[in-house]
Design a protein around this ligand. Sequence first.
Ligand code: ATP
Ligand code: MG
Length: 389
Amino acid sequence: MILLVRYGEIHLKGQNRPHFESLQLKAIKRALREFPNAVTQKGYGRFYVTGLTEEEMPRAVRAVCKVFGIHSVSPAVEMKKDIDSIGETMIRLVREYMETKGIKEASFKVQAKRADKRFPLSSMQLAAELGGRILEAVPELFVDVHEPDFNVYVEVREQCYGYVDIIPAVGGMPQHSNGRAMLLLSGGIDSPVAGYMIAKRGVEINAVHYHSFPYTSEAAKQKVIDLAKLVSEYAGRIHLNVVSFTDIQTQIYEKCPHEMLVIIMRRFMMRIAQKLAEKCGAQAIVTGESIGQVASQTMESMYVTNSVVSMPVFRPLIGMDKLDIIGIAEKIGTYETSILPYEDCCTVFVPKHPLTRPKLDRIAEAEQALDIDALVEEAVESVEHIVIG
Ligand code: ATP
Ligand code: MG
C-alpha cells in the first residue's frame, strides 16, 4: 500500500514553492513519527508515503489528515503497468470498498489518467476498458458518468496507482510557513480554537498563560498545558510562557475601582503578551474573543484593551457564535478538556458589575495608581517557559 498525499494552496506561492514544500514534508514526517518504517517522498505536485502496513494505514491517514496544508489523501495500491493486472487489482479494490462501506448496489465511474505515453491505451481507452471489466465482474454496479456514487481512479505515471477513496484533509497552509504569533491561551473553550485557526494559516504559535497561584490551582495550569498539547498536534511545537499574575491582580484589586478590575487586568495581559511576543520574534497577538460574549468583549472594551499595544491583535473568532466555536472545539478534540471545571485567573477577581462601556481616559487615569512598567517587567522576568510537542 502507498498513501498519496495532495496539498492545497502551495501552488499559489510561486517562488516560495520549494520552501513551502520542504516545510510540508517536514510536517508530514512529524505527523508520522510513530510509524518508524514510513518513508515520505516528494513527487510531482504531491507526496508519497510508503512503508505503511495495511493495519497501520487508517491511523496514518488520520494523522496526515490533521496536517495543515494537506488537501486530501488516498490509500492506493501500486500495480504493474498492464491492463490485466490493473483490471484484477481494481476489481478487488472495488469489492473491498463496497464491503467496508456496506454498499449493495451503486453507480460508479472510472477516472483514468495516463501520463506515461508508453502505455498502449489512452486515458479514455483505459477508462472504458477498465469500466467494462469491473461491470462484468461486479454485477451490482452500473455506470453513471455524470453523478456516480463513487469513482475508481487509475493513474499511469512513472508508477501505476489505483484507488477508490479520496479522503478530505484539513487544508490550510503548511505548519510554520507564515510567521509567528503570541496566543493568549486560557483554560477555556475559545482560545484553543483561536490558536488552531491561526495556526491553520501556517502561523507558528507561541502561547502565554496567566496564572494566579494560589488563587488558581496546579490543576488549572496543567489543564492549559494539556490544551496546548492538543493544539500542538496540529500547530507543531508550542513554546508556552506561564506568567505569574497574582501580584498584578492583587495590586489592581487594592488600588483601582473594582468595576474596572477586568478591563485593567486585560490591559496588563496585552502589555505582557506584547513584551513576550517581541522577545520571541512574534509579529502579532491572538485572542479567543468574540464580540459581545462577555463584558470584556464589547466593542468599547476591546478598544480600551487594544490601545495599550501597537502590535496587530488577531481575533479569529470575532464574528462567531459560541455554538459554532464549540463545534470546532469538538472537532479538533479540545472541548472535553476545556470544560473541565478549573478556575481561571479571570474568574477569581471578577467584580459583580464589570464595566461594559469603559472609557479609555478614565481607565488610564485609574491605572496611574500602579507602577505599570515595573509590574510588567517583573511579570516578564518571572516567566516559566514550557516546550510542548
Ligand atoms: P476562553 O474560552 O478562551 O477562556 P472566554 O470566553 O472565557 O474565552 P475571557 O475569559 O474573557 O473569555 O477571555 C478572553 C480571551 O482572553 C481568551 O480567549 C484568551 O485569549 C484570553 N485569556 C483569558 N484568560 C486568560 C489567561 N488566564 N491566560 C491567558 N489568556 C487568557
Ligand atoms: Mg476564559
